[in-house]
Design a protein around this ligand. Structure first.
Ligand code: ZN
Length: 309
């Protein structure tokens, strides 16, 4: 649980609010949980920003589908934001991965959705963590789990809901070992979860089975087939498109090439000798992912983030 709480603190980040505002998990008495902002991404597809990972909303002829849900305490405000867009019932909740700033609302939302859907490894890790909790605080586990515990095995699930087709893809270890990309092919939109950080350096959670080389391979693969004109909801950062994804691929490959070209160098030396200024879209955060921790994980020596106090 300590790991999950620490992750939760680390990932309390939104695209619209400064880092300092998210330094604590607890809600200050004066803080209102109704902080969500809505952006239309395509016809019947929206991004909802709040605190934590970006949320996706797909509206079909009779239902809605939610992708991720941030934190339990924010669910009332999230549902208010959803109701400004549709009054249709939320049939499915999809989790892009298992970090608390993406699944924290599951425990509330499970009471009103038909099923929560995620990768098998998301369910497995949540079961392990919840075993340490008071039984009254458990819940919100994915009921439909795609893929296997073999982290290298790819998996796919196609949802056919009313007039909509939604694809879930697991391409192997990346940010964690349970990431799924959610695609809506009819409107060329993808929610990439935390496989895509835009605005800050990417976090690879090695303790949860993440892999820098795996992430780089996944992003390179997606970049090779993503159509022009596609819209992307990243896990953290603004809604973007293929241009930003190609930059992200180039950035990850540049980091990887720098590590391979300097096999004997430590992470601090690798970071100092890398052309950081060439990649202004990815900024370090001293309490989370720095250039040094990124090179540490890229060279297979670190957990992917700054050590917790
Ligand atoms: Zn995450």
């Amino acid at each position: 649980m300590r790991v999950l709480i620490a992750l939760c603190l680390a990932l309390l980040v939104s695209a619209t609010a400064p880092l300092a505002a998210h330094a604590k998990h607890r809600v200050a008495p004066t803080e209102t949980p109704r902080i969500h902002k809505v952006e239309k991404v395509a016809e019947n597809v929206y991004c909802i920003f709040g605190q934590g990972g970006n949320i996706g909303l797909i509206v079909t002829t009779k239902h809605a589908v939610l992708i991720d849900d941030q934190f339990e305490r924010l669910v009332p405000g999230l549902l208010d934001a959803v109701r400004t867009l549709t009054d249709k019932p939320i049939k499915y909740l999809i989790n892009t991965h298992g970090h608390p700033d993406h699944v924290g609302g599951n425990v509330v939302l499970e009471k009103q959705v038909s099923a929560i859907i995620a990768h098998t490894n998301v369910r497995r890790r949540m079961v392990t963590e919840q075993a340490k909790l008071d039984p009254a605080k458990r819940g919100g586990l994915p009921e439909l789990a795609l893929g296997s515990e073999d982290t290298k095995e790819r998996a796919r699930l196609n949802l056919h809901l009313d007039d909509a087709e939604i694809h879930l893809l697991h391409l192997g270890p990346g940010h964690t070992d349970g990431d799924v990309i959610v695609g809506i092919p009819s409107v060329l939109v993808m929610h990439m979860g935390d496989l895509f950080f835009l605005g800050m350096l990417p976090y690879i959670d090695v303790e949860s089975g993440g892999s820098f080389d795996g992430l780089t391979a996944q992003i390179s693969s997606v970049a090779s087939w993503l159509p022009d004109g596609a819209r992307i909801i990243p896990g953290h950062g603004p809604v973007c498109g293929k241009k930003e994804l190609l930059r992200y691929r180039d950035f990850l490959q540049a980091v990887q090439a720098h590590v391979k070209a300097n096999p004997a160098k430590d992470a601090a030396t690798l970071a100092a000798s890398f052309d950081q200024a060439a990649w202004p879209e990815w900024k370090p955060r001293p309490d989370f992912v720095t250039w040094e921790t990124l090179f540490s994980v890229a060279s297979g020596k670190g957990p992917g983030r700054v050590a917790r106090p």
